[in-house]
Design a protein around this ligand. Structure first.
Ligand code: NI
Length: 187
């Protein structure tokens, strides 16, 4: 198990449609274990394989089973997913590990029925509601090469992109400042 580096926008792998998984082998097991560790370390609700640079139709989710902060988290490994049905509507403020520093409200279906495979190759059909449904749709989009900013109006997307660039520039400045103080600790 290992933590893999998370790819940030505008890396082209995030805008590329991912390929289906065809062999349920040891490499897949390792990838799933690494994705779980990477997602937990970054404190994300979900992580798609292309966010660690692997263009395969896989995502993981760690979803709280209750409202309480200490509610147990249920872990999901979703391979070759297919959205069977969508119902209702929910508006939720989303973030993305590939867009550090910004959050935007997105409207999505409030319930989705998902068909997918687990790591052993067994087929599973499950219904997700509310925040879980939001997470499923956000991660499913990643596999299509679609980011949550693509779900915004053109104006909101421009504003969000500006905020993202600013956040990234700030993060770079902070890193440089830290680098300087590490070299010259008296400053
Ligand atoms: Ni994301």
């Amino acid at each position: 198990m290992a933590i893999r580096p998370i790819v940030t926008f505008p890396n082209p792998v995030l805008k590329t449609r991912c390929e289906p998984v065809t062999s349920f082998d040891e490499a897949l097991t390792t990838l799933l274990d690494d994705m779980r560790d990477t997602m937990n370390e970054a404190e994300g609700l979900g992580l798609a394989a292309n966010q660690v640079g692997v263009s395969l139709r896989i995502f993981t989710m760690g979803l709280p089973t209750g409202e309480d902060e200490d509610a147990p988290v249920e872990h999901f490994e979703i391979i070759n997913p297919e959205i069977v049905t969508k119902k209702g509507e929910i508006r939720f403020e989303e973030g993305c590990l590939s867009f550090p520093g910004i959050a935007e409200s997105v409207t999505r279906a409030g319930q989705v029925e998902l068909r997918y495979y687990d790591r052993s190759g067994a087929e599973i059909v499950r219904v997700f509601d509310g925040v879980a449904a939001v997470c499923v749709q956000h991660e499913f989009d990643h596999l299509e090469g679609v980011t949550f900013l693509d779900r915004l109006s053109p104006l909101k997307r421009r504003l969000a992109m500006r905020a993202y660039k600013k956040a990234m520039a700030q993060a770079r400045d902070d890193a440089e400042d830290e680098g300087r103080s590490a070299v010259r600790p008296w400053r």
